[in-house]
Design a protein around this ligand. Structure first.
Ligand SMILES: *Cc1c(COP(=O)(O)O)cnc(C)c1O
Length: 482
């Protein structure tokens, strides 16, 4: 690529790494910045300038190549590098199990337990009664059997891993019958046909998108059929002229032809949500009662625990799964195990579980409670006393999220904000850039915050965020008037 005279001049003006390092070392700002961070930041800034010059698209402001301007950029870069990337975030979206925002919040007991287990040695794989090597799965196996009614249980890294592991163990190289209506994509590239292919199972599709009948499964069974699979269509519903084969019917077909039956339950819950709304999510106990051989579900969706893939079912199959070498690659971490055991133990008292497990608490929060919080936040924002801000309480609905209860609209109370001279997009951006970030949504030019997913101690943080935004924006507005 040809570079012109101007570009050559700019490149010559660009200071060298050593020169910037030298002046940085004399600047007290960098006293606490590790040298590796400083060096990285200097290189990054200089590389970016060089690239802009070579691109030749934009005119370069020569001032931006001065030592002081470059040093300022290096400071911003170094400060950025020194802060952690994973940030505690305020979820004002109203989506309770929000995969992008970390799905479930852990119960206080689970957090306490993982901090103890994480900071100390533990009997993770040590059998204290016999004084010999033990299994890490034994920490949660008994309680999973107790809560689900299953004969045996084990846990892996996540439900995607659980499905892959089960398919590989039971049906590697053999046929698996699945309804066409259940060949779902969950998001984040989990697609049943793809996972099936990776497991070595051979997909045998039956029925149609909207209707599948028992005889469709029966007609598809061949000598090398190893599994009948039912997948919970977590995040979508086919409505209208539909028919599907229940897990119970599938288990009866499996028994007739002596073929195991598996269900990927997706979210998985021990709580019957039909008590709280008009929509039903199948429970883990109901699936176990049908006599299905294997059932898999997530730890961090409706269950409200840490990320995990839970497998419950018949002992002979679970034993085979435990011996599969893939299990080692999907091994659950001790922090997860600590949080999972605590979370599960809360389910021994269902009423207590609903209050102690944040996901359940938020899903079952009464409208009155949410409204009270919305009024409180509205008041706090009014007290900022800025006449540019318009605050409204708006009725909207929250979502369960996590691919669970897709049709459920949970009536909720939101605080909507408009600021004179600012677009809703601009408010959204300010809130996103706040520390901690406040993630809301935009509707009809309002920045909307749903109080269902905002924790009580976060109201004051939100007030400060708006206070800062109005102060900063106020400065910008008055500056632009000069
Ligand atoms: C969410 C989901 C998965 C994937 O579970 P992860 O725990 O996110 O790995 C698999 N199957 C179904 C039906 C799901 O809803």
């Amino acid at each position: 690529m040809e570079i012109n005279k101007k570009q050559q001049a700019w490149l010559r003006m660009l200071p060298g790494v050593d020169h910037i390092l030298e002046i940085a070392c004399a600047d007290p700002f960098f006293e606490t910045i590790p040298r590796s961070v400083l060096l990285h930041s200097v290189r990054l800034v200089l590389d970016r300038h060089r690239k802009t010059i070579l691109d030749g698209i934009n005119e370069i402001d020569e001032k931006s190549l001065s030592d002081s301007m470059i040093l300022d950029k290096v400071k911003v870069g170094a400060k950025d590098a020194m802060t952690l990337n994973l940030l505690r975030t305020i979820n004002a979206t109203g989506v309770v199990v929000h995969t992008n925002l970390g799905r479930s919040l852990l119960a206080a007991d689970a957090i306490a337990n993982l901090s103890i287990i994480g900071g100390r040695y533990s009997n993770l794989e040590f059998d204290l009664s016999g004084g010999e090597r033990g299994s890490r799965y034994s920490a949660v196996e008994d309680i999973l059997c107790e809560l689900s009614g299953a004969e045996a249980a084990m846990v892996v890294n996540n439900n995607a891993g659980a499905v892959l592991l089960c398919l590989e163990t039971i049906a590697g190289g053999k046929k698996v019958v699945v309804s066409r209506g259940e060949l779902v994509e969950i998001g984040g590239s989990f697609r049943i046909p793809d996972v099936m292919a990776k497991s070595g199972g051979i997909l045998k599709e039956v029925g149609t998108t909207n209707r599948t009948h028992p005889e469709d499964y029966e007609n598809a069974i061949e000598n090398d059929t190893a599994l009948l699979l039912k997948v919970h269509t977590s995040n979508y519903r086919v409505v209208g002229f539909t028919a599907d084969v229940s897990l119970k019917e599938l288990v009866a077909i499996g028994a007739k032809y002596r073929i195991p039956v598996m269900e990927d339950l997706g979210s998985g819950t021990f709580i019957d949500f039909s008590k709280y709304g008009p929509v039903k999510e199948p429970t883990i106990q109901e699936s176990t009662t049908t006599g299905a051989d294997v059932i898999t579900f997530s730890g961090d969706k409706l269950l409200g625990g840490p990320q995990a893939g839970i497998i419950v079912g018949k002992k002979d199959i679970i034993d085979k799964i435990k011996k599969n070498p893939i299990t080692r690659a999907l091994r659950i971490d001790k922090l997860t195990l600590a949080a999972l055991e605590s979370t599960l133990s809360l389910y021994r008292d269902r009423e207590k579980a609903i209050n102690a497990i944040p996901t359940l608490r938020m899903l079952t929060l009464s409208f009155d409670c949410i409204e009270k919080k919305a009024k409180q936040l509205g008041k706090m924002l009014e007290n900022i006393g800025n006449d540019r801000m318009r605050i409204e309480l708006i009725n909207l609905s929250s979502k369960a999220g996590g691919g669970a209860l897709p049709l459920l609209e949970l009536p909720s109370k939101c605080v909507g904000i408009k600021v004179r001279g600012m677009s809703a997009n601009n408010i959204e951006k300010h809130m996103r850039k706040n520390r901690p970030p406040v993630i809301g949504r935009i509707e009809e030019d309002f920045f909307i915050m749903d109080l269902r997913t905002i924790q009580d101690d976060e109201l004051v943080i939100i007030k400060t965020a708006f206070n800062n935004m109005l102060r900063d924006e106020g400065e910008i507005t008055s500056l632009s008037l000069i």
